[in-house]
Design a protein around this ligand. Structure first.
Ligand code: MG
Length: 259
């Protein structure tokens, strides 16, 4: 039996609409004895809220099985003075972090969402404030550095563009806290007490999930849902171990491949 890391957005749902067959697939994976961890790059909800939302889609999981980037940020930035450009909903997750408006030791950039709050969080004034702190010596962190994500309305610009902009302006590199960072994948493997080479990363993002998983020694399955684009596979150099229509096919695919 394998350890399986499941991406959430684009694998189990798109814009909070469940992917057909996802809940049944998760049940079958559990019944087959696989150990599961839900490894999300979500930046806009608390772990409790996201877990509850997934349960509302019929997916059985405990809060503790869900790994989220705000909690990784709390671990990495505990005890430090942080200027956070993040959605208000996740601020409660930053336990032990001192959130400040100026004189910060670190700037933390979260992800965008589909609401007008994104306009406020990533306003020129806030980005300018962040730039000022970076110029004064603060370190730059981000929950992820995704270029875009898939929504019901189509692809939307994600906050990776703002991270890259701040890196460019301040001439520094950001530390990524979510996927595909080493600490984030290692935390997932540790939680399952799994070796990378016996672990499968399942996701819709060829860079973050598939190339990221491979770089950490894992086997990978790409789903053709969410942000999947055929041309990124056909033209790119990243080769997942498997490509399936959706999470619904994963239990059969694993059985057929004797995993
Ligand atoms: Mg995804």
């Amino acid at each position: 039996m394998a350890a399986i890391l499941l991406d959430v957005d684009g694998v189990l749902h798109v814009s909070r609409e469940p992917i057909a067959g996802g809940a049944e697939a998760v049940n079958r994976l559990r019944q087959a004895g696989h150990r599961l961890r839900f490894v999300s790059n979500n930046t806009t909800q608390t772990r409790a809220a996201l877990a509850e939302e997934l349960r509302g889609m019929g997916i059985e999981l405990d809060d503790e099985e869900l790994q989220t980037t705000p909690r990784a940020a709390a671990g990495a930035l505990a005890g430090r003075r942080v200027l956070a450009l993040t959605m208000h909903a996740i601020v409660g997750e930053f336990e032990g972090v001192e959130l400040v408006g100026e004189d910060a030791e670190a700037v933390l950039v979260g992800g965008a969402d589909e609401t007008p709050e994104t306009n406020r969080v990533f306003s020129y004034m806030n980005l300018g404030r962040a730039f000022h702190e970076l110029e004064a010596g603060a370190e730059l962190y981000c929950l992820h550095k995704n270029r875009w994500w898939q929504t019901k309305q189509g692809p939307l610009l994600d906050a990776g563009a703002f991270v890259a902009g701040l890196e460019y302006a301040a001439d520094i590199d950001a530390t990524v806290l979510g996927k595909p960072s080493t600490p984030y994948f290692e935390a997932a493997l540790e939680a399952l007490d799994a070796d990378a080479n016996m672990t499968w990363m399942v996701g819709d993002d060829i860079e973050t999930d598939i190339a990221g998983g491979q770089a950490h020694g894992m086997k990978t399955v790409l789903v053709r849902t969410g942000k999947f684009r055929p041309d990124t596979v056909e033209r790119g150099t990243v080769r997942p171990d498997g490509i399936i229509s959706s999470i619904a096919q994963l239990p059969d695919w694993l059985e057929e491949n004797r995993i």
